[in-house]
Ligand binder design. Sequence first.
Ligand code: SF4
Ligand code: SF4
Ligand code: SF4
Length: 245
Amino acid sequence: MKAKLAFFDFTGCEGCQLEVLNFETELVELLNHVDIVNFREAKTESEDNYEIAFVEGSITRESEIPKLKKIRQQAKIVVALGACACLGGVNCLKNFRPMKENLRIVYGDAAKYYDTIPARPISSIVPVDYYVHGCPIDKKEFLKVTKALLLGKRPEIPNYPVCVECKLAGNVCTFDKGETCLGPVTRAGCNAICISNGRHCWGCRGPVDDPNTNSEKEILQKHGLTVEDILNQFRIFNGYLEVSK
Ligand code: SF4
Ligand code: SF4
Ligand code: SF4
């Protein structure tokens, strides 16, 4: 019997689902082992009988809450797919402004026809079993997690900071270039891709389980910076953590 997989999306850009589709060769191989019964971005037909649900996007409207609860009721395993679902992600930037103001800015005179609530990760509504981090997700990590689940194993996700992979990649630390970086407190697994390509870490994979915030503070202090100096960067993906403290 093939396992039945389903993909669902709430509020997000759907880039994480696109990454799954971008797999092409590996996806065809995966289809030898699973049936994908629900995937709006890829197929029209759908059914409500599935074991593993991959959920993309954060929750930003009341109407999304019962839909997510129904998915949780049906699925044996729920996997949050991408920063929006795992952390709340970029959608949480709106949480720093009154909701009415957000509606007015986006919809103008038509604002009264729409509803919005503070954005949140799916784990704030239902229990989540596993996470595929990133904005967007890393295709290989998605495959690794899916394979582990099909084999009945617990997926191993890095729980150490991006700095480890950054140093292994031989990068010059962005702090030494006069910039900031969230690498010391952010979960690795992306091979420090942003730093290796001339940028810094924005924290899209979320914090490690036990972030060494003292170390980040020390690094900031050493370079004449404060936590407030990097708060705006932290908010880009992790704003929910800040407002829900
Ligand atoms: S995590 Fe990023 S790529 Fe994925 S849905 Fe959200 S905004 Fe899009
Ligand atoms: S702070 Fe950023 S740039 Fe510096 S080592 Fe860590 S991840 Fe790399
Ligand atoms: S370096 Fe940071 S921002 Fe870039 S992909 Fe990795 S975790 Fe995300």
